[in-house]
Design a protein around this ligand. Structure first.
Ligand code: ZN
Ligand code: ZN
Length: 274
C-alpha cells in the first residue's frame, strides 16, 4: 500500500499490519518465513519471530524501542528460531519483551533463551512470559487486545483474534493450521483474515498428510466464501513446492468473491481503513 505523507501519518495513528515474511519453512529469494509486526496504539507487537527481525523492523521503518510484545503461534523453527537473536540484539536496551503463547510454547522459548544465556543479569531486556488461555481476551499493550484460539497444527498451536482501538470486528491471524471452524466463524464477523495457504490443492492431493497441518488455496477460498470473510490475506507459501502465486490466486478465486490481498514480503496493510 502506497500512501502520501499526510495520509501515512493518519494511517499510522490507526493500525497497520507490516508483513515481514510470507513464506513457509523454506524461504525463496522473494519470501522469507511468515511473520508480522502489528503497529497499533503507537506500539509494535510481533506475531512470530523467525530470523533477522531487527533488520526487518528497520526496513519497515519501525523503531525497535516501540516493540513490546511477541505473540507466539507455535514453536516450529520457521516461527521462533529468531527469538534468541532478537533478545541478543536488544540486550543493552532497558525494557521488557512480553511473550504471549501457550504454556508449552513459553516453556520452549525459555529453554531456547537459556541455551544462549539470554535471561541472565547482563541482559537488560527482560523477557516476560505470559500464558494465553484460549478464549480469554487479554491486553497485549495499551490499544491492542487479543484472544487465543486453539488450532490443531501442533499440540500447542494458537491462532489469534486481534482487537485494536477503533477496530470493528478485529482481525484473525491463523498461524499454521488446517481449516478450523472457529477461525472461519469468527472471521465472518471480523474485518479481515490472515490465513495459512501453504500450497495449491494438487500438493495436498499428492501429500495427503499435509491436510492435518496446513490449508490449500482451494480449501481456503471455499471456506472463506462460506464464512463470508470480507478481506482475505493468504500467507505461508511453501518455498520448496514449485508453484506461482497466480495459481494460488486462481484457486482461491474459484469460490471466494470478497477482497483478496496476496501479500509480498514487507508490504503494509492498513487495518482500520479496509
Ligand atoms: Zn510454518
Ligand atoms: Zn508450523
Amino acid at each position: 500500500m502506497e500512501a502520501p505523507p499526510g495520509l501515512w501519518y493518519f494511517i499510522r495513528a490507526m493500525a497497520v499490519l507490516h508483513v515481514l515474511g510470507t513464506g513457509g519453512a523454506t524461504p525463496t529469494a522473494e519470501r522469507d518465513n511468515t511473520a508480522f509486526a502489528l503497529e497499533a496504539g503507537s506500539r509494535v507487537a510481533l506475531i512470530d519471530c523467525p530470523g533477522s527481525i531487527l533488520l526487518k523492523l528497520r526496513k519497515a521503518g519501525l523503531d525497535r524501542r516501540l516493540l513490546e510484545s511477541l505473540l507466539v503461534t507455535h514453536v516450529h523453527p520457521d516461527h521462533i528460531y529468531g527469538l534468541p537473536s532478537l533478545v541478543h540484539g536488544l540486550m543493552l536496551m532497558e525494557g521488557r519483551l512480553r511473550l504471549f503463547g501457550s504454556r508449552e510454547s513459553l516453556e520452549f522459548c525459555r529453554r531456547l533463551l537459556d541455551l544462549f544465556g539470554l535471561r541472565g543479569p547482563k541482559i537488560r531486556m527482560r523477557v516476560e512470559p505470559i500464558e494465553v488461555v484460549p478464549g480469554v481476551r487479554f491486553e497485549v499493550h495499551d490499544g491492542l487486545e487479543a484472544e487465543g484460539i486453539v488450532v490443531p497444527h501442533t499440540a500447542a498451536s494458537l491462532a489469534f483474534h486481534l482487537y485494536y482501538k477503533d477496530s470493528r470486528g478485529g482481525w484473525v491471524v491463523s498461524g499454521d493450521t488446517p481449516p478450523v471452524s472457529e477461525i472461519f466463524d469468527r472471521s465472518g464477523a471480523a474485518d479481515g483474515l490472515v490465513h495459512d495457504c501453504s500450497a495449491p490443492e494438487r500438493f495436498f492431493v499428492r501429500y495427503p498428510d499435509l491436510r492435518k497441518m496446513h490449508t490449500s488455496a482451494l480449501e481456503l477460498g471455499r471456506r472463506a466464501q462460506e464464512a463470508g470473510v470480507s478481506l482475505l490475506v493468504p500467507c505461508h507459501f511453501f518455498g520448496e513446492a514449485d508453484f506461482h502465486l497466480e495459481e494460488v490466486e486462481e484457486e482461491i478465486r474459484r469460490d471466494y468473491r470478497g477482497r483478496l490481498i496476496i501479500p509480498r514480503d514487507m508490504q503494509t496493510i492498513g487495518l482500520s481503513e479496509v
